[in-house]
Design a protein around this ligand. Structure first.
Ligand code: MG
Length: 229
């Protein structure tokens, strides 16, 4: 075991459920707006346009749903719908944390042998709330809440913590945000797919697989690390 190795973990849909709540909120929105054609695509396009204004997270998502509701209301905004969308957002922000299977045991074990860092993107206040409520804080040496997870962000985090990219592994459910940028700066990306992953995180699957590892579950990480000795 190379105990110089530092392991970074994504949080949403790697450590706890996240996308499922966005999915449920979107289904509610669709029920309230049966007149909008291809509502999933409408919402996705508005969200995508708005990332540059709001960043990632629930608040930006709710603002995008409100925008979709107003934009497609034919100048007859239904205030009950507006009220329901706002309520949906507040429910999402108060949602209890649902850890994914085997997360806690895996982190407990790994934290005894490696330095662990949580690296998550999204709304600062909401991500802090989730980290605190998750009960997982004790397993991590540091928590990084960032607005984008690209090569530059990872380089800055590694530099700040005095970590060489070759000693860094990043675990997550997004090839675009967790795996490929880390591999591209000389680290190893460990991809653990989640059945629901936001369309914005999808990438063309033609990348080369050097230092990209796919595991089925988070607990498989222990076994994989042991095999690397
Ligand atoms: Mg994620």
């Amino acid at each position: 075991m190379n105990n110089k190795q530092i392991i970074g973990f994504d949080a949403d849909d790697t450590l706890w459920e996240n996308e499922v709540f966005f999915h449920q909120a979107q289904m509610k929105f669709i029920e309230l707006h049966p007149h909008i054609k291809d509502p999933e695509e409408v919402i996705f396009q508005i969200e995508k346009e708005n990332i540059k204004f709001y960043g990632y997270g629930i608040k930006g998502f709710i603002l995008s749903l409100l925008e979709a509701s107003v934009r497609f209301s034919n100048n007859q905004t239904n205030f009950q719908n507006i009220d329901k969308i706002i309520k949906t957002g507040k429910d999402m922000l108060a949602q209890t944390i649902q850890l994914l299977p085997e997360v806690e045991e895996t982190l407990r074990h790994l934290s005894e042998h490696y330095m662990l860092i949580m690296i998550t993107k999204g709304d600062l206040l909401d991500q802090q709330r989730k980290v605190e409520k998750s009960g997982l804080l004790k397993y991590f040496s540091s928590i990084e809440i960032v607005s984008e997870k690209d090569e530059q962000t990872y380089l800055e985090i590694l530099q700040k913590n005095n970590i060489s990219p070759k000693d860094f592994l990043m675990v997550g459910n997004s090839l675009k945000s967790d795996v490929l940028p880390v591999r591209n700066i000389g680290g190893t990306g460990i991809y653990i797919p989640h059945k629901l992953t936001w369309k914005h995180e999808e990438v063309d699957r033609t990348f080369n697989l050097e230092r990209v590892v796919e595991l089925k579950t988070i607990s498989a990480l222990k076994v994989w690390l042991k095999d690397q000795i």
